[in-house]
Design a protein. Sequence first.
Length: 231
Amino acid sequence: MTATIGCDVGQVRDATAIIVVESFRPDPEPPRLEYQDLRHIVHWCQKVPLGTSYVDVVQQITATAERARSLGHVMLVVDATGVGRPLCDLLRREARVSMRTVTFTSGESETRDGSFGFHTPKRDLMGALRLVIESRRITVLPSCPFRADLLAELQNIDFTISERTGHDSYAAAGSGHDDMTMALALAIWWAERPDAGAAYAEAQRQRAARTPMERQAAIDRWTRHSWREGW
């Protein structure tokens, strides 16, 4: 199992959104015993209010990352667009987990930004999320904070195809928000990438090394951190 944390950094009118997604591949099923597609479980959604200092935002993200370790290998995927870059610089110094940065673009294809960053068309991120939703491979736990808000955002995303270019595009309908949607898209986009395979293999190795008691203890640690307890 792996945990991917998507962070959409707040701009002028949107809060910073943090989402924790657990990804796993079900055991092969008879009779063909073929590998199954990844499944995703949204455990945690969080909104950091507008006006919160970068230092406090970073502290909340790093605290979430530490708690997510109970789910397996943790990858932090952070929006580096615009004002997100200074926050990413702080996170690199503070976070004790693997991290990738993503700058949203309107381009045709993805390019690398150094060793650990990407310039990625927004349509690629949203396309990955759309595919997972349409194939029914994602679940939002009933206990997940802001669950209703996240589902409302997802239902409010407009999907259009340009008559001139034939390209698809995604945006929140009207003046709606899409901060949690984008945080989720970041997490799913990374989890579904072939690049995540090495991290997944290592997480599987670590998982196999755990005793049944240790695996249950990890699940219990996550469960205890409920929203009402101030997770």
